[in-house]
Design a protein around this ligand. Structure first.
Ligand SMILES: [Zn+2]
Length: 129
């Protein structure tokens, strides 16, 4: 199993800040996740003028789903200066909506601290079975 430090380095490896249309900055946050099968998926944030952009975690999760996987063992997002950023509310809910087992995903929120998704999202949206 990959260490938290190694996963953080994977997230950093895709950070590549670039100005896009409207002077918006993209790729200044990188995310890495490892699935229950041991696959690693990466993503960067994309910021756009009218708000259609998305977070680095969202991008990494989309890559995972494209790869036919749904269960996240561990995930992290890192800003361009190396700061670890806990996921926003939308990404927390997104992980839960992709697979209910992600309730136990380890989310790295600081250099030396990881918590379960269920600790970050105690009252998820619910409309089903
Ligand atoms: Zn987010």
């Amino acid at each position: 199993m990959i260490t938290n430090k190694e996963l953080i380095e994977k997230a950093k490896s895709v950070i590549n800040p670039q100005k896009v249309a409207g002077n918006k900055l993209t790729s200044d946050v990188g995310s890495a996740l490892i699935t229950d099968k041991g696959s690693i998926y990466l993503g960067v944030c994309i910021d756009t003028q009218e708000g259609s952009g998305f977070c680095a975690e969202h991008n990494a999760i989309a890559a995972m789903v494209t790869g036919g996987e749904y269960k996240i063992k561990k995930i992290v997002a890192v800003w361009k200066d190396g700061t670890i950023i806990p996921p926003c509310g939308k990404c927390r809910e997104f992980m839960w909506q992709i697979d209910k087992d992600n309730w136990n995903t380890e989310v790295i929120i600081k250099k030396d601290k990881a918590v379960k998704l269920k600790e970050l999202l105690p009252y998820h949206w619910h409309n089903e079975e």
